[in-house]
Design a binder for this molecule. Structure first.
Ligand SMILES: [Zn+2]
Length: 431
């Protein structure tokens, strides 16, 4: 995560953008995805995907914008987006594109411009799409049949592709006047994700272009960026296509809230600050997910319930120490409104907090088995259901979450136990 001296030189060597980049206050965190042992040639590396300080997102009025002689211009933003500039919904760590208030209730299909885009971006896009779907309950699918570069993108579709230096930001650093080019004459190390809004306040479609310079010739993440960067990068640009804008708190790039859950900044912070651990490429509940949920709720979608889970003595299902670390004990604790007690109940049966999952350790079924936090993995140890009595049932074993010994003391361990009639097994979960 350290900003190396070499990298500082690379900032100044970034060619056309050097004059602007040199005035930007980069924090070391902005480059957290790179290895300090980077061996990339200085001229091939830039400090960020948005080196000029330009936002990498914009809004167009129509869904079907197509290339014309290799150039796509977005034109001006619709009046309804301009009028709402001062009122973009936002919260801690998330912010919507100007004027956007809802998703399409029918959801989105993500497609690719060409086969290379499928090959290089497919797995990242699929991972992000699954997460977007889970967070919002919106229908979101991925179609890997290439649509071609002259595709007229309809409402309800997001199209993504790889191009060399594809994006040319507008001179006014605003949302309008973006150009997408196929001739490689765009801004170095600048990908972009853009939305269309042909219905007032609604994200009707989107498109994203990923700079091929982030990849090797074989379509692998360039060594100077690495896998972590790429996961964050693709999910960041897809976030733009879904209606999120940068979550920065001020004009200083990278000035974003740091999660008390993750110790990390939002995926939608400028310059891909995103997570540096196993959760990378996803949207943690504390930040970006809230903006996505806001948009989906605006469309009338029943978003996954989120909130505290209360049990014995009115106390809360709590992650010990608020640690987003695999194996952390789940316990009973006085409700305090913290993110260590904020659970999202997914349709997939997961209880998620701090970007991880409520987990029955090793999926054992013995009474007293440990209940912990663990990376979400889709396994049977992480599938739960709440029954009519209010017991939280581990589906695979049929056993339930139980407050050990029936003590209401803070820090009492929550364990797996055969169901009985004790209150220690009764919980109230968000609906
Ligand atoms: Zn961006």
């Amino acid at each position: 995560m350290r900003l190396t001296g070499k990298r500082r030189i690379a900032v100044a060597a970034a060619g056309a953008v050097a004059a602007i980049a040199a005035t930007v206050q980069f924090s070391p965190g902005a480059f957290g995805t790179e290895s300090s042992e980077s061996t990339a040639p200085e001229t091939a590396a830039a400090p960020a995907n948005e080196p000029s300080g330009q936002a990498d997102s914009g809004v167009s009025t129509t869904d079907g914008t197509v290339f014309d002689n290799g150039v796509m211009s977005l034109g001006t933003a619709p009046a309804h987006t301009r009028a709402a500039v001062a009122a973009a919904p936002q919260g801690e760590g998330w912010k919507l594109a100007n004027g956007m208030a809802k998703s399409l209730p029918t959801g989105y299909t993500i497609k690719f411009y060409d086969q290379q885009s499928v090959d290089w971006l497919g797995r990242y896009v699929k991972a992000s799409a699954a997460d977007l779907k889970r967070i919002t309950n919106l229908p979101i699918s991925v179609d890997t049949t290439p649509v071609g570069w002259n595709y007229s993108r309809p409402k309800g579709e997001i199209v993504i592709g790889v191009l060399k230096r594809p994006c040319v930001p507008p001179a006014d650093n605003g949302q309008t006047g973006w150009k997408i080019v196929r001739d490689g004459s765009g801004t170095p190390n600048l990908s972009c994700g853009l939305i269309s809004s042909s219905v007032p306040g609604t994200v009707t479609s989107g498109h994203a272009y990923i700079d091929s310079e982030f990849f090797t010739k074989d379509g692998k993440p360039a060594p100077s960026w690495g896998e972590t960067f790429m996961r964050n990068h693709i999910s960041h640009e897809l976030g733009h296509t879904m209606g999120l804008t940068h979550a920065d708190r001020s004009a200083t790039r990278g000035d974003c809230a740091t999660g008390t859950d993750s110790g990390e900044k939002p995926v939608m912070c400028t310059a891909n600050h995103g997570y540096q651990d196993g959760r990378v490429g996803t949207y943690i509940q504390q930040f970006d997910a809230q903006g996505l949920r806001y948009l989906a709720a605006g469309a009338g979608v029943a978003v996954p319930p989120q909130g505290k889970v209360t049990g014995l003595g009115g106390k809360c299902l709590d992650i010990k120490g608020g640690k987003a670390v695999n194996g952390t004990q789940i316990q009973l604790y006085t409700c305090n409104g913290s993110v260590a007690q904020s659970w999202i109940l997914g349709k997939d049966g997961t209880f998620r907090a701090l970007g991880k999952c409520l987990d029955n350790a090793r999926n054992a079924s013995t009474d007293g088995n440990k209940i912990e936090l663990f990376d979400c993995n889709g396994g049977a140890s992480q599938r739960w259901s709440v029954n009519a009595k209010g017991q939280i049932v581990h589906v695979a074993s049929g056993k339930v979450l139980d407050v050990t010994g029936g003590s209401t003391a803070n820090g009492t361990k929550v364990q797996l136990h055969a169901a009985n009639t004790y209150k220690r097994q009764l919980w109230t979960a968000p609906k």
